[in-house]
Design a protein around this ligand. Structure first.
Ligand code: KIV
Length: 279
């Protein structure tokens, strides 16, 4: 499908139907302007709990709250016309019981207008995913490296090497059987990602996984090159926005100090507003 043909709103059922088809394009976004930029190119826009680290300077995703996800979810909703909006359920808002998950997921959906939620976990979340999907809440699952479990996992390590592969495969089968419409595979060996993609009936969305996944996702600020000191192996910088911003800010500071900004084109005179390009 060409970009110009992308007009109808994307739904979880539509994503499910794309299993094995044209790769699904997914990115995170946290603000309205960024949502407007990514909308025409993406199938799924995720308000990830990575927002805590990317925009709020938190050390990990554990401090992200439901209120933060609602605030950013609403902002992104305003910028989207066609991509499916998925919002992450933050740590501590779904793990206790399926009822707790439903209460918080339904709030996320009602208050942000998102079309689905994402939760981390495989077999341990099977009954929760079943509970949510049977009650009208589409779920994207997230297995492999699950950042909310960073302390249990001992860091942001590749998951599923050696004997662990069977465990991750069972996770994938469990979330698919429970009714998830897609599953993020984060930081798993490429051969395992390929096995999972071939074995399950729902689309796999890779991040640090394999080019053969049914789709790919990256954190928008990572792929735009916003951070100069942070580049995991699985991130390709498609631009160097951080360097461009740094140089623009330095130019601004120098222009202000030299009294070169503002100049006559940026200031107002007594002439009528319309002659000065004012509304
Ligand atoms: O929080 C996030 O941005 C994510 C993606 C990296 C998949 O979960």
């Amino acid at each position: 499908m060409s970009v110009n043909a992308r007009s109808a709103a994307v739904t979880p059922r539509g994503i499910l139907a794309r299993k094995g088809g044209e790769p699904l394009v997914c990115l995170t976004a946290y603000t309205t302007p960024m949502a407007r930029l990514v909308d025409r190119h993406c199938d799924i826009v995720l308000v990830g709990d990575s927002v805590g680290m990317v925009l709020h300077g938190l050390p990990d995703t554990l401090g992200v709250t439901l209120d933060m996800m609602i605030l950013h979810g609403k902002a992104v909703r305003r910028g989207l016309e066609r991509s499916l909006l998925v919002v992450d359920m933050p740590f501590g808002t779904y793990e206790e019981t399926p009822e707790q998950a439903f209460r918080n997921a339904s709030r996320l959906m009602a208050e942000t207008g998102c079309g689905a939620v994402k939760i981390e976990g495989g077999q341990s979340m099977e009954s929760t995913i079943r509970f949510l999907t049977r009650r009208g809440i589409p779920v994207m699952a997230h297995i492999g490296l699950t950042p909310q479990a960073v302390h249990m996992l001992g860091g942001y390590r590749v998951q599923g090497r050696g004997d662990d592969a069977a465990h991750i495969l069972r996770d994938a089968e469990a979330v698919a059987q429970a009714g998830a419409f897609s599953v993020v595979l984060e930081k798993v060996p490429a051969a395992l990602a390929d096995r999972i993609t071939a074995a399950i009936t729902i689309p796999t969305i890779g991040i640090g996984a394999s080019v053969n996944c049914d789709g790919q996702i990256l954190v928008i600020d990572d792929m735009l090159g916003m951070f100069q000191d942070f580049q995991p192996k699985f991130v390709k910088r498609f631009a160097r926005i951080g360097e461009i911003a740094k140089s623009a800010i330095a130019d601004y500071a120098a222009a202000v100090r030299a009294r070169q900004f503002p100049n006559e084109t940026h200031v107002f005179t007594d002439a009528p507003a319309v002659e000065q390009g004012e509304p």
